[in-house]
Design a protein around this ligand. Structure first.
Ligand SMILES: Nc1ncnc2c1ncn2[C@@H]1O[C@H](COP(=O)(O)OP(=O)(O)O)[C@@H](O)[C@H]1O
Ligand SMILES: [Mg+2]
Length: 297
């Protein structure tokens, strides 16, 4: 039996900027995502969370170059051109929805792409999925256009579309960052409920540690294109051991929309690009990026 949905070693992603200079974005990370869990990936804006996820999904922007030593998905070797059976949702659903097409069009298109069913059956499956993600009046919603729905409802539509693709893994990249706090809680509840019901594996990406409380079993902390700490939720919340994690935890936003992580004090955080750093085991599940013997990583 395979225990990890994702087992990826030494992932590196470079991107060629406009001036043709290649810039390293992801600097050699090992990523394991255990099956059937919600795993949180946290780090401030620009730390490389989305690029890592896009690399996994094979949807990197033009000009990117990705390398790795090995990539197993559900125990199977993944090669360069392969697409994994995973679905990804983003912060802004509008970027993934065609404003000129109805909700029904979007959903039915996903169903017929993934299942051999008639248009009528596809429509029925789409409506069932809308009910599952808590959309009221699903038949009416099928005929509506994206702009006619609220942000929270649009994110529910994205989740429905993602699930209709029958993924083994759902990657939710800042799914609630653009939403009001109450709606944010509803969407997180929905993700938790669906994960249980569908036995999904979920990666929940966020810049906000607060989002992860009560959501996930384990956490990966990213900083400057590296994973600097990983562990169970208790290990990371109650025994944060990398200086960057400690700073990030101090800066948990109050929950107000637009409240960002301004006041991170990174003067004490080591340069993660220096030679000789390794992931050091503090427990079988808890690791930090540090020099051996380095207490204050
Ligand atoms: N399309 C792109 N072209 C060039 N650089 C990019 C592109 N997307 C992201 N980057 C760079 O990659 C780094 C990581 O970005 P990203 O993965 O989006 O961070 P996060 O999701 O953690 O906020 C940033 O320095 C960002 O400027
Ligand atoms: Mg991002």
């Amino acid at each position: 039996m395979t225990e990890n949905m994702i087992d990826l070693t030494n992932l590196k992603i470079d991107i060629a900027k406009k001036n043709k200079i290649t810039q390293p974005i992801i600097k050699g990370i090992d990523l394991t995502i255990p099956k059937g869990e919600i795993v949180g990936v946290v780090g401030e804006s620009g730390s490389g969370k989305s690029m890592t996820m896009k690399g996994i999904m094979n949807i990197l922007p033009v000009g990117s170059k990705m390398t790795y030593n090995s990539f197993l998905f559900d125990g199977k070797v993944i090669n360069k051109e392969d697409r994994i059976p995973a679905a990804m949702i983003f912060q802004d659903p509008m970027t993934s929805l065609n404003p000129l097409r109805t909700i029904g069009f979007h959903l039915i298109e996903v169903v017929v792409r993934h299942q051999k069913v008639s248009k009528k059956e596809a429509r029925e499956l789409a409506i069932l999925e809308l009910e599952k993600v808590g959309i009221t009046y699903p038949e009416k919603r099928m005929t509506q256009y994206p702009h006619e729905l609220s942000g929270g409802m649009r994110q529910r539509i994205m989740i429905a579309m993602a699930l209709l693709a029958k993924p083994k893994l759902l990657i939710a990249d800042e799914p609630t960052t653009a939403l009001d706090v109450t709606i944010q809680a509803q969407i997180l509840d929905l993700i938790r409920k669906l994960q249980k019901e569908e036995e999904l594996t979920v990666v929940l990406v966020t810049h906000d540690f607060g989002v992860l409380a009560g959501m996930c079993q384990s956490i990966r902390v990213m900083y400057d294109g590296k994973i600097v700490e990983e562990g169970t939720i208790d290990e990371v919340f109650y025994n944060p051991s990398h200086t960057y994690t400690k700073e990030l935890l101090k800066a948990i936003p109050t929950g107000d929309k637009g409240d960002r992580l301004y006041s991170l004090n990174k003067s004490e955080v080591i340069d993660v690009n220096q030679e000789g750093l390794q992931m050091i085991e503090l427990s079988p599940t808890h690791k930090i990026l540090a020099n051996r013997g380095d207490k204050n990583a």
